[in-house]
Design a protein around this ligand. Structure first.
Ligand code: FAD
Length: 419
């Protein structure tokens, strides 16, 4: 495809999964693409996450019960969902707006918008992974939500009914006695599980590496250790970027800087209400009795990712600012959370501990679209807990908006104008 003559070169700021997806679609549209990153490609939040591409995750974090959970967490240092109060008007405004969204009406509305972009993204992934032969441990085994207690089972059943009635997303219910046959890595005596068969999983670091390699062969330029420091503007446009390796110019600029995008708000003259939602993972060798399915344990809020080349436990949602420490206690908690469920919950060999800052918006929706006051700038950020799942549709939407093509899904709910 030939782009309009006025657009030749696009710079994408941020080489996480969102930046890579944007680069993919812009490159396919025939544009010259340069991706810059302050660190190395795929080393931010897109590195050590759980790797679920999960259309079953239609419900946003802004559920009616979320505020009660947040308040309880103030008094429980072991809570997987934790808010650390700090003096910051921006943070408290974010929390206030988040609290306002935690109601049934807004949860349903956000869920409908998420469903559209989740479904589109999965379709796009299926095509891209096949066409580009991306070696990323693509696995079509669904996602299994395992419950320890009967109470948990009944609560989850309500949730599943709600998803069926409102979004047409239905799980297969598996009773406790059938679980060890369904997945022999699960202990006996668990209450049961719900299996969402259409979810997919990948190994995120492999996806990033394979995608970068493919994009490089197609002519996309990657510049690592290149930090965006200043944005120079004139007449409602960005004229050039000042980076740690020198000045850069392009016809269009896409900002895909993940949780750090919020720092660009003043210079981009628009609101980017993103708070870092810190999560952790620990990756180790596969246990001898390794789960056959990616799993979530909702009562302990932990995810299990059985890769072909390893095994990962991931979880937690901490609102503690840009805190970059990994406490041994949180990692131990991750390991302990898997104990009630799995025959062999972890292995004792070498382990890689990791944290990532999820880019959390207060309404649980990503921010995708043109920067209101700068005609050649676009935002692709704020993907919350679903950046991997939403990347491809985001990249496609960015291409469509940037080239004034007809968008394949309604972009209005994701517009930066909504703030
Ligand atoms: C424990 C955990 C588990 C998760 N599991 C899943 C899952 O199973 N499925 C799912 O869909 N999502 C999951 N997520 C969420 C997902 O990881 C994120 O939503 C996603 O990685 C965000 O991608 P991104 O490209 O926006 O951000 P990032 O990957 O953080 O990329 C942003 C990049 O921008 C660069 N950057 C920032 N500022 C600048 C600057 N000034 N100059 C140059 N470069 C800059 C950074 O260096 C970084 O590389 C999980 C997250 C966590 C923490």
């Amino acid at each position: 495809m030939k782009p309009p003559a006025a657009i030749d070169h696009v710079i994408v700021v941020g080489a996480g999964v969102i930046g890579l997806a944007c680069a993919h679609y812009l490159n396919k549209a025939g544009l010259r693409v340069t991706v810059i990153d302050r660190a190395t490609v795929g080393s931010g939040c897109s590195y050590g996450n759980c790797g679920y591409i999960c259309p079953s995750h239609v419900l946003p974090l802004t559920e009616p019960g979320a505020i009660a959970t947040a308040l309880k967490s103030l008094f429980n240092p072991k809570s997987a969902f934790r808010v650390t109060p700090r003096w910051s008007p921006t943070f408290w405004n974010w929390m206030w707006q988040f609290a306002r969204c935690c109601n049934q009406r807004q949860m349903l509305a956000a869920g409908r918008h998420l469903k559209a972009i989740l479904d589109s993204s999965l379709d796009e992934y299926k095509r891209i992974v096949r066409e580009e032969s991306l070696e990323c441990e693509w696995t079509e085994k669904g996602l299994l939500y395992v419950l320890q207690t009967e109470h948990g089972m009944e609560e989850f059943a309500k949730n599943d009914r709600f998803l069926t009635e409102n979004f047409g997303v239905t799980a297969k219910r598996i009773e406790g006695e059938a679980l060890p046959t369904f997945d022999p890595a699960l202990q006996t005596g668990l209450a049961g599980a719900f299996h969402y068969p259409h979810d997919v999983s990948i190994r995120p670091d492999l996806l990033n590496a394979a995608w970068v390699e493919r994009l490089r062969t197609r002519g996309v330029t990657f510049i690592e250790n290149c930090e965006l420091r200043q944005i120079k503007k004139a007449a409602g446009q960005i004229t050039h970027l000042e980076t740690s390796v020198g000045d850069m110019q392009a016809d269009r600029i896409v900002f895909a800087a993940g949780a750090l995008s919020a720092r660009l708000a003043t210079t981009l003259e628009c609101r980017i209400p993103i708070e870092p939602g810190k999560g952790y993972s620990v990756t180790m060798e596969r246990p001898a009795v390794c789960p056959q399915h990616p799993m979530l344990f909702p009562e302990h809020r932990v995810g299990v990712s059985p890769f072909r080349t390893g095994y990962r436990l991931g979880s937690m949602m901490e609102f503690s600012g840009f805190n970059a420490t990994i406490s041994a206690q949180r990692i131990q908690q991750l390991r302990d959370s898997a104990k009630p469920y799995l025959v062999e919950p972890f292995t004792d060999g070498p382990q890689q501990t990791w944290f990532g800052w999820r880019p959390m918006t207060w309404d649980s929706l990503p921010i995708i679209g043109r920067v209101p006051r700068l005609s050649n700038a676009f935002l692709a950020t704020g993907h919350n807990m679903l950046g991997v799942s939403l990347a491809t549709a985001t990249g496609r939407l960015i291409r469509e908006l940037l080239l004034d093509e007809k968008p394949h899904i309604d972009p209005a709910p994701f517009s930066p104008l909504r703030f």
